[in-house]
Design a protein around this ligand. Structure first.
Ligand code: NAP
Ligand code: MG
Length: 405
């Protein structure tokens, strides 16, 4: 069989631990036999980040900007415990995802992979709900303090021009706690653009919700910027595709989301997105079935699994044990990146390959062959067999070969 051709490379970011092992198998069993794969390879494994003083992460992000599509393996974000585990580390390197997100000015869209044999906890959800979380500012870049005596706190902005603006926050009669938050117009606008762009690319409705009835100025600014971007830039394309932009108060959105059938993007401020994404993921089943796409305002996309490097499985694998680690989210990161590359480069065969890879994966699961994390989640009466990762990938490869023959 002739291999499927690529023209432009995609950026490949390798990672750590069990997901790095899966990464190698996915390429070997599911991609290289069928695709004449072209990638620009960056090793974001922890030790290589350390050797390059994290320059490799910056290089990979810049390459993504240049080439427009990337696929990333999960990576370790070092903490104190990891510094002991890897004594050669010269610094507690920052989260690669944080670095990449800052360089691409991107928004992460997190979506579940839905199966008919695993029903979400919310019965009426039929299609995935994609959460877009604004990843800058608010309480995540706030300053906090406590005070002990009666007194008054004020909020002052000093402009570079010398102009000043001051508000009284509150006068208190005893001990109190305080927080100062901000967000940047440019960041909110980039968030809005990424959301509208991704809604267009995936042909889904976009919902956005804040608490602008209470937070009239702060959340009101988010609402205003979204509306302005929609009206000035994205409305014609939305109308052409028959998709809608819908703003509503977060209380109302929560109620509507629960009663909905799913199948839309829900954009949320930083804290709301943090909380709601965990709720939606749990209701849909498993972290191992969540994909994530980082989207820049200009449509650059980086695909990855939402889960981490699955450390506990890796330690068992290092001892020579077989593990039943679920590769689905990482496979969908690859299929997503290949489909996007195919769309941008006008290569329908590459798009079809990405679709076939997803179909082969889902059909394998629906046939009852799955990793052990999913076996406990299937509907009563559905016969599921738990297999190890390699057996599972081999089963997908067999179906994929049939589809492409
Ligand atoms: P994790 O790797 O997502 O794993 C947490 C647990 O969830 C696992 O121990 C496993 O449970 C289950 N799980 C997750 N993915 C699975 C899969 N594909 N198949 C089967 N089970 C799966 O999270 P973590 O243990 O908190 O973090 C480990 C490392 O990953 C950390 O160093 C962290 O910095 C990094 N991390 C990276 C990213 C990223 O690169 N995007 C994101 C999150 C975390 P059982 O052990 O019970 O089977
Ligand atoms: Mg969270």
């Amino acid at each position: 069989m002739e291999k499927i051709r690529m023209t432009t490379p995609l950026v490949e970011m390798d990672g750590d631990e069990m997901t790095r092992v899966l990464w190698g198998w996915i390429k070997e069993k599911l991609i290289l036999p069928f695709v004449d794969l072209k990638t620009e390879y960056y090793d974001l494994g922890l030790l290589h980040r350390n050797e390059t003083k994290d320059q490799v992460t910056i290089d990979a992000a810049n390459a993504t900007k240049r080439l427009g599509v990337a696929v990333k393996c999960a990576t370790i974000t070092p903490n104190r415990q990891r510094m002991e585990e890897y004594p050669e580390l010269t610094e507690m390197w920052k989260s690669p995802n944080g670095t990449i997100r800052a360089i691409l000015d991107g928004t992460a869209f997190r979506a579940p992979i839905v199966l008919s044999c695993i029903k979400p906890v919310v019965k009426n959800w039929e299609a995935p709900i994609t959460i877009a979380r604004h990843a800058y500012g608010d309480m995540y870049k706030a300053v906090d303090m406590t005070t002990e005596e009666p007194g008054t706190a004020t909020l002052t902005f000093q402009g570079e021009s010398g102009a000043e603006k001051t508000l009284t926050v509150q006068t208190v009669d005893g001990p109190a706690v305080w927080q100062g938050q901000h967000n940047k117009e440019s960041s909110i606008r980039a968030f809005a653009k990424s959301c509208f762009q991704y809604a267009i690319d995936t042909k889904q409705d976009l919902w956005f919700s804040t608490k602008d009835t209470i937070s009239k100025v702060y959340d009101g600014e988010f609402k205003r910027i979204f509306e302005a971007e929609y009206e000035t830039t994205y409305k014609p394309e939305f109308e052409k595709l028959g998709i809608t932009y819908f703003y509503t108060l977060i209380d109302d959105a929560v109620a509507r989301v629960i009663r909905s059938k799913g199948g839309f993007i829900w954009a949320l401020k930083n804290y709301d997105g943090d909380v709601m994404s965990d709720m939606v993921a749990t209701a849909f089943g498993s972290l191992a079935m969540m994909t994530s796409v980082l989207v820049s305002p200009d449509g650059t996309m980086e695909f990855e699994a939402s889960h981490g490097t699955v450390t506990r499985h890796y330690y068992r694998w290092q001892k020579g044990e077989k593990t039943s680690t679920n590769p689905i989210a990482t496979i969908f990161a690859w299929s997503g990146a290949l489909k996007r590359r195919g769309e941008l480069d006008g290569l329908p065969d590459l798009v079809k390959f990405g679709q076939a890879l997803e179909a082969a994966s889902l059909e394998t699961l629906e046939s009852g062959v799955m990793t052990k994390d999913l076996v406990g989640l299937v509907e009563p009466g559905f016969r599921a067999t738990g297999v190890d990762s390699e057996e599972f990938l081999d089963a997908i490869a067999e179906r994929l070969a049939d589809k492409l023959a």
